[in-house]
Design a protein around this ligand. Structure first.
Ligand code: DGL
Length: 271
């Protein structure tokens, strides 16, 4: 049993897709979330810059003596595959989104054609394709960077029928439809917030795999099997930190988590 909090971070509100699943799966865990909203997006930046930001985010969460850090950001997770972001860290339990998400997608596909959408940095890194081939070399992978999805989400254009979101999604996903993928990895944790729009464009038979939800399921499996899950009768607390305006962030929190009750939201600095 370990009642220390779980630390989760993302460049913005995307990682709330992980938090939502985490609170549903493990309601008794305390969660500390950091959204680096002052510097979002990470996905259009260089690997050096993303690594520097990620190390500052990790150092911020370490101050809370968290028992585990979840990188609920596809972009930072792709950098983690080639850079040792945790080498000086005091936290020994951590995970990025790539492997848990790839495992779920490989289990889901029936026609062995998987699509991956993510930020330019994630798609450029080729990390999803490599991880899928390590598991199943017979699967064909089709990737597409969708840089305009993140600003749509950060600014609340997420409604299934939103005409702007729909137009952009049609443009980005045309190739995926043509390739006949039956499983689509939402390789950026912002994208599950656009699930309705993406699903309406791809069609309801295409399985959407949320990287945010998959890392949350991974955390549950790991904490339970290592005996480090929290044991308390009351619900866990949820503390959210953002590095820019609390106002816009709280609106997004309400939209994406469905409520703001009992959630502490504060502005912080990570530098
Ligand atoms: N949520 C992010 C990801 O999963 C980041 C988007 C961004 O900052 O560009 O990649």
């Amino acid at each position: 049993m370990n009642n220390a909090a779980i630390g989760v971070f993302d460049s913005g509100v995307g990682g709330l897709s992980c938090v939502k699943e985490l609170t549903a799966l493990m309601p008794h865990e305390d969660i500390i979330y950091l959204g680096d909203t002052a510097r979002v997006p990470y996905g259009t930046k260089s690997v050096d810059t993303i690594a520097r930001y990620a190390k500052e985010d990790i150092a911020f969460l370490e101050k809370f003596n968290v028992k585990m850090i979840l990188i609920a950001c596809g972009t930072v997770s792709s950098v983690l595959m080639s850079r040792p972001l945790f080498e000086d860290s005091t936290v020994s339990e951590y995970s990025g989104v790539i492997y848990p998400t790839v495992a779920a997608a490989c289990a889901a596909t029936r026609n062995d054609r998987i699509g991956v959408i993510g930020t330019p940095a994630t798609v450029r890194s080729g990390c999803y394709g490599r991880a899928i081939r390590e598991l199943r070399s017979d699967i064909r992978v089709f990737s597409k960077a969708c840089p305009m999805f993140v600003p749509l989400v950060e600014n609340g254009y997420t409604d299934r029928d939103d005409p702007v979101a729909k137009l952009i999604a049609e443009e980005y996903l045309e190739g995926m439809k043509r390739e006949g993928v039956d499983t689509l990895i939402l390789g950026c944790t912002h994208y599950p917030h656009l699930e309705g729009v993406i699903s309406s464009v791809m069609g309801s038979d295409v399985r959407l795999i949320s990287s945010g939800a998959e890392i949350a399921k991974y955390a549950e499996r790991t904490l339970v099997s290592s005996g480090n899950a929290a044991e308390r009768t009351e619900k866990g607390t949820l503390e959210l930190y953002c590095t820019d305006s609390e106002e816009l962030f709280s609106e997004n929190v309400e939209t994406f988590l469905g409520h703001k009750d009992m959630i502490k939201i504060s502005r912080c600095s990570v530098k």
